[in-house]
Design a protein around this ligand. Sequence first.
Ligand SMILES: Nc1ncnc2c1ncn2[C@@H]1O[C@H](COP(=O)(O)OP(=O)(O)OP(=O)(O)O)[C@@H](O)[C@H]1O
Ligand SMILES: [Mg+2]
Length: 455
Amino acid sequence: MSAKRTAQAAAAADARRAPEALSKGEPDIEKLRVFSGLSEKEHTPFYAGRESLIRGVLQSTETAADRTGAGEFSQGATWLIQGAPGAGKTAFLREVGRDPRSRGQAPWEGRLPAVAEIPLQDLGDEARVATRIAEALLRGASKEFRRTVQTAISGGGRFLFGTGFEASLSVGGGRQVVTAPPSATLDTLRNLAPECWKRPLVVVADEIQDVGIEALNVLRQLHLGEHGLPIVPVYAGLASAEDALDDIEGTGRGLTRIVPERVVMIGRLGPEEAEQAVWRLLDECGVRGREGSDLPEALAAATEGWPQHLHNGMRILARALAESGGNLALVDRGEVLEAEMQTRDGRHGKRKTRPMRNSKVFVARLMRAAKNEEMDRPEILERMERLSEAGRRRDERLPDGMDAEEFLTGHLLRKGALQEEEDGKLRCPIPCLSMHLVEAGGERGKADVLPERDA
Ligand SMILES: Nc1ncnc2c1ncn2[C@@H]1O[C@H](COP(=O)(O)OP(=O)(O)OP(=O)(O)O)[C@@H](O)[C@H]1O
Ligand SMILES: [Mg+2]
């Protein structure tokens, strides 16, 4: 790297880093080890990017709180974060209620919301949802309030949680566990002590593309805000999630009037955002010899900012750093990048379902066509049928006993090989997966098997 670029990189790094995030003194080998030992799905301690989206959600919680204060309720409050597997949906849900300072960002001027995470299977049970919400509110309440509650429960039993929300509380694993009676509804949450509602609340649910019709009642209440509480629902799911919410399980019933600006497709991080995640790792682990390094840039470029690849690449880097005593100068950068590439390839391999593997030439031909021609759903379904008809061998056709619709929805879309984007075209959302699938089809995968169509 030239001296000029080194100086620029150093200046950019200074501007980027919040002083409190910097580690002082010795490299933190333990921290490097712990991070490198995380699984590929565990939440990263070095989250970066998507800050404006996070703040957009926080802003809507402020608005919800203000409206509630004014006696209004907000319709269509639901946020929907969509993306292919590994785009960082679950991670986003984890970060949304966190203090931005933990990411080295400027503080949030408003009230940080409490966050209630509702497992998908609980959404069909209103009392359970109320329980989860009450628990989250209690966690978010002041220490004094929690102490009062603690004293009142001493050993368990029923407790009037404020003025009317009766729940039983116990202490489990160092925290207060709330159990609302089966009759609890979202409306009854209004009776909680005002102390609990000093902050707004975000309700999060993941994998919402798999939502069942039994959840409709709770989803609607949360969406329409008729409970009159400062609650903002934030759901995450695959790119099919909006359709799934609009028409749950094909019943023709679902959520209406979702505000389009609140349906957000997430994917790769920008180069600077991806680099920033790597810088956080180096800075916060006090890595030596990091000043002016272009490794963050190289790793961000190699992974094309795809969160899952980046996370895996950073874990590989952390392991190499731990082994070299936290000194970047001793790390073989070529080895790190090579290992990252191998991991990425292995991951692409795992992403394929058996039918995708059995029809690998068919998939390769389709991916090539999807890349070059930008097709919408009906077009791609038609192309699948024609390709399959033209296929001679088994791996050149649709999987046995499966029609185009089923293979597209249940396999290609589900596994992130394709994704329906805002303009209606189906594209591969994961950088380099498309290339991998084409390569896997070998020479036959590259053959043009369809006759030119008459105009
Ligand atoms: N902005 C980010 N900065 C750093 N790491 C991230 C970021 N977003 C996601 N990650 C990390 O990348 C990995 C994959 O993200 P995550 O599990 O959230 O993806 P997902 O979209 O929920 O995938 P799936 O559909 O398979 O559940 C996680 O370890 C996560 O912590
Ligand atoms: Mg996830």
